[in-house]
Ligand binder design. Structure first.
Ligand code: PGA
Length: 247
């Protein structure tokens, strides 16, 4: 794993967006796996600025969301469709048919999971997967204990994840209890992975990852078995007793 330690979240976002732009230059029809949550927002902002400044044509890029809440319509402000539309598609005026997001309103969620997995395959797979990590080590919504061979599936969100995401809603009661997430094996099929971690609350997950072992209770650690992972991590995401080791 290529570990890049930076001082600030701004530096993390700038480094990550540059890496995505470099990939796009090599392959304009890039299939970019996109994460949601607080961590990558700055990366999308930097990316949008960079694309505008450098007048890059990114209209052939396709994006594949990691996950979507069950029960939220697309136009709900907290749906992940809305998130990626707001942070990428709207500012860059990109064609929305290039945005692939699971349908959390599907009446047959299992069929929707299969359809999504097939959609990713028909795109030729994900070239670069942008990932955040949950404080409990989840990637996408693959919570601790998720089988490593999982494909796109429906998950019951853990209390810890619902609490972490309650800040985006008026009340924790409004946070959906289920989501569709791509599976761990789906993530592992991505050709390259760009993992971002920032903030002290992520330190246990970062520590588990950097231990180098694979532990089903810390889903992020599966990335130790992937051949092309870049971790961009801010200094405050190291557990303080280990700070000196990693500085
Ligand atoms: P966050 O979430 O970026 O909002 O901290 C990351 C995640 O849960 O994967």
């Amino acid at each position: 794993m290529n570990v890049v330690t930076v001082k600030t979240k701004e530096e993390m976002s700038a480094t990550a967006s540059k890496l995505i732009v470099d990939k796009l230059r090599q392959k304009p029809e890039l299939v970019l796996g996109v994460a949601t949550g607080g961590t990558p927002i700055g990366t999308y902002e930097e990316f949008v600025d960079r694309v505008k400044q450098e007048e890059l044509d990114v209209s052939s890029m396709r994006t594949v969301n990691l996950d979507e809440y069950v029960g939220l319509p697309r136009d709900h402000e907290e749906s992940y469709w809305h998130y990626i539309y707001t942070h990428l598609y709207k500012p860059l005026k990109l064609p929305v048919e290039n945005a692939f997001v699971p349908d959390g309103l599907s009446r047959d969620l299992e069929a929707e999971c299969n359809r999504y997995e097939e959609a990713i395959e028909s795109l030729g797979g994900v070239d670069l997967q942008l990932l955040g990590v949950g404080r409990n080590g989840h990637i996408g919504f693959n919570e601790p204990g998720t089988p490593m061979d999982s494909r796109t599936h429906v998950v019951e969100l853990t209390e810890s994840t619902r609490q972490a995401n309650a800040r985006f809603f008026n009340d924790i009661e409004e946070v959906p209890t289920q989501a569709i997430t791509v599976g761990i094996s789906t993530i592992m099929k991505s050709r390259s992975i760009l993992l971002l971690a920032s903030g002290q609350e992520k330190c246990a997950a970062v520590e588990a990852l950097l231990d180098g072992k694979v532990d089903i209770e810390w889903p992020v650690t599966i990335l130790n078995g992937h051949p092309d992972v870049t971790l961009i991590v801010t200094e405050d995401a190291y557990c303080s007793d280990k700070e000196d080791d990693h500085a």
